[in-house]
Write a protein that binds this ligand. Sequence first.
Ligand code: MLT
Length: 304
Amino acid sequence: MKVLLTDSVDMKARDILKSAGIEADVRPTMLEEELKEAIASYDAILVRSATKLNASVIERAENLRIIGRAGVGLDNIDLDAAKKMGIEVVNSPSGNSNAVAEHVIGLIFSLARNIHGAHSHVKAGGWEKKLFKGTEVREKKLGVIGLGRIGRLVSSAAAGLGMEVIGYDPYVKEEGVKGTAISLESIENLMRNSDFITIHVPLTDGTRSMIGKKELAMMKDGVMIINAARGGIIDEDALYDAITSGKVAGAALDVWKDEPPHESMLLKLDEVLATPHVGGNTHEAQVNVAVDVAEKIVKFFKDI
Ligand code: MLT
């Protein structure tokens, strides 16, 4: 058995595979053409998010039995193409949840106090304290869209900070939030009443552009928005208009419609705090996701 490890997957994955007697080739960065050439000689591949396993790559993977995604999102893998080729796909649904949730809390604080703006200001030689009168998060309403693992971790941390948490998730009923600090609301009420809104849903046909012009117009004046889930869930043009019109006071974006977002007009706005899709990028999380997926690959080969 031979596994290809790309995207700088943590080396704990290689160690686990090797100790199970599986050959592991490490090639951190590969161009699509290189991958197309190489993939036919592997039984498994382990990727993070940079490698795009689209249909034209997967069609060349004639010996591939399993794809491991060291992370949660499967949007860099063409699942239909994998299914057609009879290739199993596994991921790590929870290995980086805490990392993402902590990043979101950091982004909320940064937006509330404009830490990013103050940092750039002082580094550029400024000392105008009056430019940086922030807002406190205690007793503010946080709207959490999507109550999976990450949404719930963010909710409990936010409640610990004294925030009031309003949650929306079409798959969660009242019993599902019993004993938590989350009060379930319709999406419209969440949008109308939240001071901060954070998104924790996957990108699907149903969630693409779910925050658009209409939804932004519904929100409270001065709302702050955080997206560390997936780009494309917020319509970036509509967000740009909502920020420049003063409706939205700030947005913290870790994920983008196109990554890297070099062409995005949003990068030009001071109100936008930008990070390069690093929500899940902690030492701990990268070990967790690599170990999870390597163990799944070992088990897969043991069971067949
Ligand atoms: C995930 O899907 O696991 C996170 O967005 C982080 C990543 O893309 O690796």
